[in-house]
Design a protein around this ligand. Structure first.
Ligand code: LLP
Length: 413
């Protein structure tokens, strides 16, 4: 699983030189490796085993990480389901032929229209995150004469080391409900004629590079489920959410196997079905954003490399101070220079890398920003009248356009 590699001094994705693609389609563009995507999906499927028909075992891809229809379709074909967080993502998952029984709907603010759409599609479960939402769902299910399968997202108050914007499992966060409230909600659902409690879910954050908080969260879910079972409410599955980190700067992320084993063990031992919602760890490492240098300039004691990609294409550095590896598409032995790689957008925060050693660069040179398959294109925008870049999927020595570059007309819609 490492599609991006050098052959002689040229950076390749699988068997295609990125410089060749850049000459064909122009820059910037996102490029993904189909082989790596399949391998990562397979790693999950192998790690958790398959459904035995009684206790569900589901890897629900968190569509928010990369919602390109071709990516969702390929993950679906590999056996994965989907974790969706809006009516739009539900539409995309169904469009990619993911079976409704493999779709779960998470999120703190589902609207009545989104609840109707989920009930229309008859998805596996809607995971609710507040009492008001449970009431709204119950009323809609009753009005439709349907029984809605529900999960409750509990906030286990587990602290994790990650960027504060993507840590979600503390009581100070908007997500989920406290354990006592989750219990009350599940008890209420159990006696409601139009609700069926099937799950407890947690998601403690994203880009987490330690296994113990996940194991702790899984055990926490098991303990709560056992308490419910003692009261006669038997849940179908426990959902540990997503959150496994990838290797952006340090090589310290646990493997898919390590994460899956740690969360599956307590849940399986207690006889519950297992649902996981990975996003980043499936698609992050399989993608890169390729950009060209437009100009360089010296200012104060800085050297700026100005590229044709910016924060409208990849927001993570600006928003989270995130580090992404940047590799020159044409490698060089020349002594590196320390530069800031910045975009063309009218914001001081429009940077892709700061104080980064790179070989001396000239206009027209290409750079690949790696580990960009998750929350890259997905968080792109038209800010500053910029067109969203195309997305390409490489398979062996071929590439396919899986989303074209926007045209100026898109700025009118
Ligand atoms: N399940 C739920 C309920 C979530 O909220 C998320 C991510 C996931 C699963 C998938 O988590 P993952 O496996 O990707 O860590 N834009 C940020 C990440 C935001 C994550 C939001 N929720 C970033 O670029 O780092």
């Amino acid at each position: 699983m490492n599609a991006f590699h050098y052959q002689q001094d040229q950076l390749y994705c699988e068997e295609i030189a990125l410089a060749d693609i850049a000459r064909d389609v122009g820059t910037p563009f996102y490029v993904y490796s189909e082989s790596d995507l399949r391998a990562r999906a397979q790693a999950y499927v192998t790690a958790v085993g398959s459904d035995d028909g009684k206790t569900p075992t589901l890897i629900c891809y968190a569509v928010k990480a990369n919602s390109n229809p071709a990516i969702i379709r390929r993950l679906g074909a590999a056996g994965l389901g989907a974790d969706v967080t809006s009516g739009g993502e539900l539409f995309l998952a169904l469009h990619a032929d993911i079976a409704p029984s493999k779709i779960i709907f998470s999120g703190v603010g589902k609207t009545a229209a989104e609840i109707h759409a989920a009930l229309d599609a008859n998805i596996r479960a809607i995971h609710v995150e507040s009492e008001m939402e449970l009431e709204a769902l119950a009323a809609i299910a009753a009005q439709r004469g349907q029984t809605a399968a529900i999960g409750v997202r509990v906030n286990p108050n587990i602290s994790v080391e990650t960027h504060p914007y993507i840590s979600t499992g503390l009581h100070a966060h908007k997500f989920g409900v406290t354990p006592d409230r989750a219990m009350t909600m599940l008890h209420q659902a159990a006696i409601h004629p139009h609700l069926r409690p099937v799950s407890l879910a947690a998601h403690i954050g994203s880009q987490i590079t330690a296994v113990p908080p996940f194991a702790q969260s899984a055990q926490f879910l098991v303990d709560m489920a056992q308490e419910l079972a003692a009261a006669g409410i038997r849940l179908d599955y426990l959902d540990v959410g997503g959150g496994l980190g990838i290797n952006y700067a340090a090589q310290d992320a646990p493997t898919i196997q390590e994460w899956a084993a740690a969360v599956a063990a307590p849940i399986r031992a207690a006889g519950y079905g297992l649902v996981m919602e990975p996003g980043r760890s499936l698609v992050g490492p399989v993608g890169a954003l390729v950009t060209a240098v437009t100009y360089t300039k010296q200012q104060g004691d800085k050297t700026f490399v100005i590229t044709d990609a910016g924060m409208s294409d990849l927001l993570r550095p600006t928003l989270y101070n995130a580090y992404h590896p940047i590799w020159p598409v044409q490698a060089s032995d020349a002594a590196p220079v320390t530069v800031d790689v910045v975009g063309p957008i009218c914001e001081t925060g429009d940077w892709l890398a700061r104080e980064r050693p790179l070989p001396p660069l000239q206009p027209g040179n290409y750079l690949a920003i790696l580990q960009a398959g998750a929350y890259g294109y997905a968080m792109s925008s038209n800010y500053n009248g910029r067109l969203r870049p195309p997305e390409l999927l490489v398979h062996n020595n071929e590439y396919h356009l899986i989303r074209p570059r926007q045209q100026y007309e898109h700025l009118l819609m």
